[in-house]
Design a protein around this ligand. Structure first.
Ligand SMILES: [Fe+2]
Length: 318
């Protein structure tokens, strides 16, 4: 669906066409062909924007990506993703559960345990895998930049390596190091630059009581990056922002509470959609929009913005 050609569509039509509703979608257990036949690798994907690393790029129920994709991934305890690398960057934002992510180089692996609202950005060409060791399934949001969607290169896939080696991302016994921000190993140092802990990030208080934790962008504690920005927003009950416009697209994925995404046209007419948990709106570049919270409690929103630079948006009280 091309929202740039708006002939015959109302503002409300266009907003509806850019809304991804959790209950309208299904999890796809066959999104990744390389997992086929390996129950230990099973994972399900719910696509919101683009295919996100799956070859299912023709899925018409997903929104067309501009600068990034966004999907949910569900993985159950005991399962893992085999160590692989690719030319695109991807981020994992944990929503529920605890996820072990391993980075491998020359047979050595550094593993980090990520909890809810922690994030890792997997750097280009770094061998990485993940595993659920905890007692509850993991739900996470994956965003991939759309630069070069080449298939992943597997380093330690169970079809070519013993299952135990694949499960440890290629580390023989004794070759796994724990994530440590003060660790001396070069891989520990590298990974430290790409792991964001929610509790370590400062909270920025903007106009209208909007709170922001900047995961990827130009802010203290954030990962500096050249494609997209990623932020966790908090919007108190009853708060509203003034309309703003960006030079790139953004996506708002509601994690908690409720939020209304309001689009405004050149005449000042508005269209509104309310989001609950796991609902998303993608707003294209140049579309004036704002957020307000109609709920009884604060809303928590995962916000992805399709440029690393200044997009011209100003957040003010509405
Ligand atoms: Fe990956």
């Amino acid at each position: 669906m091309n929202i740039e050609t708006t002939d015959g569509l109302t503002l409300a039509d266009r907003l509806a066409a850019n809304t991804g509703r959790f209950t309208d979608k299904t999890f796809d257990w066959n999104a990744f062909p390389s997992n086929s036949g390996f129950d230990e690798l099973a994972r399900a994907q719910m696509r919101y924007i683009g295919a996100g690393g799956s070859p299912k790029v023709g899925d018409t129920s997903t929104l067309k990506p501009d600068n990034f994709t966004l999907s949910l991934i569900y993985k159950e305890p005991g399962r893992y993703a085999a160590c692989h690398s690719h030319e695109i960057e991807e981020s994992f934002l944990i929503i529920d559960g605890a996820l072990i992510v391993g980075w491998e180089r020359d047979g050595e692996v550094v593993e980090v345990n990520l909890g809810p609202r922690d994030m890792i950005l997997n750097a280009r060409e770094i061998g990485h895998g993940f595993r659920v060791d905890g007692v509850e399934p993991v739900m996470m949001s994956i965003s991939v930049d759309v630069g070069k969607p080449l298939p992943p290169v597997y380093h330690y896939h169970p079809k070519e390596h013993p299952s135990e080696l694949a499960r440890s991302f290629g580390a023989e016994p004794g070759k796994t190091l724990a994530f440590d921000r003060r660790g001396a190993h070069p891989l520990q140092k590298l990974m430290s630059d790409y792991v964001v802990r929610h509790h370590e990030l400062p909270t920025i208080r903007d106009a209208a009581g909007l709170t922001r934790k900047v995961y990827v962008g130009d802010a203290p504690g954030a990962i500096a990056h050249d494609t997209c920005r990623k932020e966790m927003w908090g919007l108190p009950a009853g708060a509203a922002l003034a309309p703003f416009t960006r030079s790139a697209e953004d996506a708002v994925l509601c994690l908690e509470g409720a939020v209304e995404v309001v689009w405004v046209d050149a005449n000042g007419d508005e269209a509104v959609v309310e989001l609950g948990p796991r609902d998303l709106v993608k707003t294209p570049a140049g579309q004036a929009h704002y957020l307000r919270n109609p709920g009884a409690g604060a809303a928590t929103l995962w916000t992805v913005i399709g440029t690393a630079g200044d997009d011209g948006a100003v957040y003010a009280k509405g």
